[in-house]
Design a protein around this ligand. Structure first.
Ligand code: UDP
Length: 446
């Protein structure tokens, strides 16, 4: 690595609902968990001392986990030590903040910077900044206003979310947008100050995702070697548009007379169990109605170490969400040399290069998707070319190492501006008493 980053900077990463230790693939755990896990590991290898603060949701896990060299995961008591859906978590953030202040207060070394992930962590960080003077950077991962526009009445987050996001944007030292669309949304809907915004996307891990021989990958995942295979992989929530892919499979069969297997990976459990993942039942019914139930295979959730076999077994990877703040799965597929057809939204419209590494299609348009699927499934040379370009494209632009370097540059910029305030912050973090902070009204949340 050419550049030298200051070592021994101490960073508090707050990710209230998305722990880096959680198994992902269900409704609640996905890209944010992966991003926090991968980014913190890279930063720790560069010499940063990282503490990840996440809500304590399982009484079988210890309060502090020494996860890797330079990384601790600290479980913060806020509400019951059991699962709480993230839509119900906002009222617990007072307690979360107070525990963090206690913890930081008792640490020997002060924190140089907070990196908050998601709006509730942003709120905690804004309050910690008021109380302890620690600067913070925030990555929202998803914006309330965008979600409200796409999900309407189905969005169960409290209405206060928008006001909280506004406040967090105003008080943050910097805001990370995941892609140009995220940046536009921050500017348009939240009137964010342009000079506060930096675009830093997500990435993939080249040790996990790489090309393998297709037949071998198909044997590992239990597929016949000859049939065309379409892969859909991700959290099982309606906004991911899996229904669109099932309908496109129907169009492929009935209009184009192309038969392809659709593998659907994801869910709450390792088995495709509709009682624990009701979305599977809804999609099975849809597959029946579209006359393709025999072509659709639900696998359930899969662990990180087996995902590359699924990506490598596929002729094409499809992801057609209604909106997508970034979308890590297209990168993972491309890293395995699999072309991607993605919807022309959010991060996907920047990571997938239309006509070069795959195709972009409108969301909720099964006919448009079927047309591109037909094109790719009937042209092995095109798949090969697009697959090769995909690999090169993501290796050049999207490894977690590159993401971590950009993030470290941003951290250094903020912390070096702050260095003169270091001494006073150290004193504030260590000497200000909790009752004093409460009395001074520094801990009021909203
Ligand atoms: N994922 C997984 N196992 C599964 C399904 C999904 O590990 O069974 C991972 C997937 O590989 C990706 C993440 O979950 O790393 C989903 O991230 P993405 O950004 O695509 O979507 P999000 O979850 O943020 O909506």
């Amino acid at each position: 690595m050419g550049r030298k980053y200051a070592t021994k900077r101490k960073i508090a990463v707050i990710s209230e609902h998305a722990s880096p230790l959680t198994v992902v693939g269900g409704v609640e755990a996905g890209g944010q968990n992966i991003a926090v896990a991968e980014l913190t590991q890279q930063l720790a290898q560069m010499g940063y001392m990282i503490d990840v603060f996440t809500r304590w949701d399982n009484d079988q896990t210890p309060e502090i986990v020494h996860w890797h060299n330079n990384i601790r995961v600290i479980h913060v008591k806020a509400g019951p030590v059991s699962y709480v859906v993230k839509e119900d978590m906002l009222p617990l953030m007072d307690e979360f903040t107070q525990h963090l202040i206690w913890f930081m207060h008792n640490e020997e070394e002060p924190y140089h910077l907070i990196h908050a992930h998601f709006f509730m962590s942003g709120l905690v960080a804004a309050n910690l900044k008021r109380a302890l003077g620690i600067p913070f950077v925030v990555t929202f991962h998803a914006l309330g206003e965008v979600r409200r526009q796409c999900q309407g009445n189905c969005d169960r987050f409290p209405a206060e979310r928008l006001a909280i996001e506004m406040r967090v944007i105003q008080e943050a030292d910097r805001v990370i947008a995941l892609c140009p669309q995220d940046q536009d949304d921050l500017l348009t809907f939240y009137k964010a100050a342009p000079e506060k915004l930096t675009i830093i996307g997500n990435g993939f891990n080249p040790d996990e995702f790489f090309s393998l021989e297709t037949d071998m990958a198909r044997r590992v995942v239990g597929l016949a070697s000859a049939e065309p295979v379409i892969l859909q992989l991700g959290r099982m929530v309606p906004r991911k548009g899996v229904d669109n892919v099932i309908q496109a499979l129907g169009v492929l069969r009935h209009q184009y007379t192309i038969e392809a297997r659709l593998l659907i990976v994801g869910g709450e459990t390792d088995d495709p169990d509709p009682s624990s993942t009701p979305e599977i039942r809804r999609l099975q019914t849809l597959a029946d109605e579209a006359g393709v139930a025999d072509l659709v295979t639900f696998t359930g959730r899969r662990g990180r170490e087996t995902l590359r076999y699924y990506y490598n077994a596929a002729d094409v990877f499809v992801t057609t969400p209604w909106y997508e703040p970034f979308g890590i799965t297209p990168l993972e597929a491309m890293a395995c040399g699999t072309p991607v057809i993605g919807s022309n939204v959010g991060g996907i419209k920047h990571t997938v290069r239309d006509g070069r590494t795959g195709f972009l299609v409108p969301p909720n348009d099964p006919k448009a998707l079927a047309q591109k699927l037909a094109l790719l499934l009937t042209n092995a040379a095109l798949r090969e070319r697009m697959g090769q370009r995909s690999r090169q494209h993501v290796q050049k632009h999207y490894t977690w190492t590159q993401v971590a370097r950009q993030t470290a540059d941003l951290y250094e910029e903020i912390v070096s501006n702050e260095s003169s305030a270091d001494q006073s912050r150290k004193q504030r973090q260590q000497q200000q008493s909790l009752p004093g902070l409460i009395a001074a009204g520094k801990l009021t949340l909203r």
